[in-house]
Design a protein around this ligand. Structure first.
Ligand SMILES: C[S@@+](CC[C@H](N)C(=O)[O-])C[C@H]1O[C@@H](n2cnc3c(N)ncnc32)[C@H](O)[C@@H]1O
Length: 339
């Protein structure tokens, strides 16, 4: 996979100039500049994501750019959501060449419904474009959900850097998530005496803010939660941590195991809370935490429709002068006896 920071270098190449020519006034109904479309195309070619997400389909203009890049890559699907386009978007996409249609899935849903669905399906995206409702509250929600569903090192593109909603949402988000970074300097260069600067953007000739996820999961004081995740067994004995960089501090954890059955009329919950001292000197260390009891939710045997979820909350109190905890992935739960 190419490095997203290279996108600025890519923009200086003759190949990119050719891409800009290709996307000049194509697709016809896309609202963005030729460079913006060319950058979206180039990012997909550079990052080679399996999945791309887009909030705000409109006439499927940028969706077509993504689909074309994925087709060139030879794999991948763009999931695009717009609650107001059920007939329009499906009709536009049906006019595309068949080979592009194979790389798109349109969802007639608001970003909130779309992201909820993607969480349920455990989807992760290498690249996301946020171009739906540009009001601050919506843009911030979309960005936070994009951050939850992006793969490590993946990119979120916020459109309309010149507008207050997406710009302020991105500033607030970067402040709260210091492990993220902007590829470019529109946010770092923000001048309070020019709050409505229409030329600001991460990349020249685009209207984008490019935000890159950290390569690992960064845990600070939080507290952090990742919501409920489906698990197949009704018991948990411990957690397995994949620690990326040396660290010193105390990890506070809360684990909630839940069981649902009988059309959600039977619900059971087991909660456990504790803390773990971590003093890790070498990078890439695996650590196991064995609970002092087995967490369990046992459904009455007559129910056939049992579902189980696990919710994990973490808070890292670093020793003074030491960095946030970096994990390769969310801690994995394990059960000694899987029955
Ligand atoms: C600026 S247009 C998207 C343009 C498109 N990306 C392009 O350049 O080809 C914004 C779209 O967002 C949609 N939208 C508005 N609120 C939304 C929401 N809550 N979730 C998803 N899409 C939304 C609108 O219906 C509209 O079609």
């Amino acid at each position: 996979m190419g490095e997203p920071k290279d996108i600025a270098q890519v923009m200086a190449t003759p190949v990119y100039a050719e891409v800009v020519r290709y996307f000049s006034n194509y697709p016809g109904r896309s609202l963005m500049s030729d460079h913006s479309r060319a950058v979206l195309y180039s990012l997909v070619r550079l990052l080679r994501p399996n999945l791309v997400a887009e909030i705000g389909t409109l006439y499927a203009g940028t969706t077509e750019v993504f689909a074309r890049a994925l087709w060139q890559n030879g794999e991948g699907v763009v999931h695009s959501a717009d609650p107001y386009g059920a007939e329009r978007c499906s009709a536009v996409i049906a006019q595309w060449p068949a080979e592009l249609q194979r790389h798109v899935q349109y969802h007639a849903k608001s970003s909130m419904d779309f992201f909820s669905r993607m969480v349920l399906e455990s989807k992760k995206f290498g690249l996301l474009l946020i171009d739906g409702n540009h009001d601050y509250e919506y843009a911030l929600f979309d960005l936070q959900m994009a951050a939850r569903l992006v793969t490590p090192g993946g990119i979120v593109v916020m459109d309309n850097a010149e507008q207050t909603g997406p710009f302020r949402a991105s500033r607030v988000f970067l402040d709260a998530n210091p492990a993220w970074r902007e590829i470019g300097s529109a946010i770092a260069d923000y001048d309070p005496l020019k709050p409505f600067n229409r030329a600001r953007a991460s990349l020249p000739d685009t209207s984008f803010l490019l935000l890159q996820a950290p390569a690992s999961l960064s845990i600070g004081a939080g507290p952090h939660s990742w919501g409920q995740d489906w698990i197949t067994v009704p018991k948990v004995d411990g957690l397995h941590f994949d620690i990326v960089t040396p660290c010193r501090g105390t990890l506070f954890y809360q684990v909630q195991l839940r069981g649902f059955a009988n059309g959600n009329r039977w619900i059971s919950e087991d909660r456990l809370e504790g803390q773990l001292r971590l003093d890790v000197e070498q990078a890439g260390k695996q650590t196991e935490l064995r609970f002092d009891r087995t967490m369990m939710v046992t459904a009455p045997t007559e129910y056939q429709d049992t579902l189980f979820t696990l919710e994990l909350d973490l808070s890292w109190q670093a020793d003074p002068g030491t960095p946030p905890l970096a994990l390769a992935r969310l801690p994995v739960h394990w059960a000694v006896d899987k029955r």
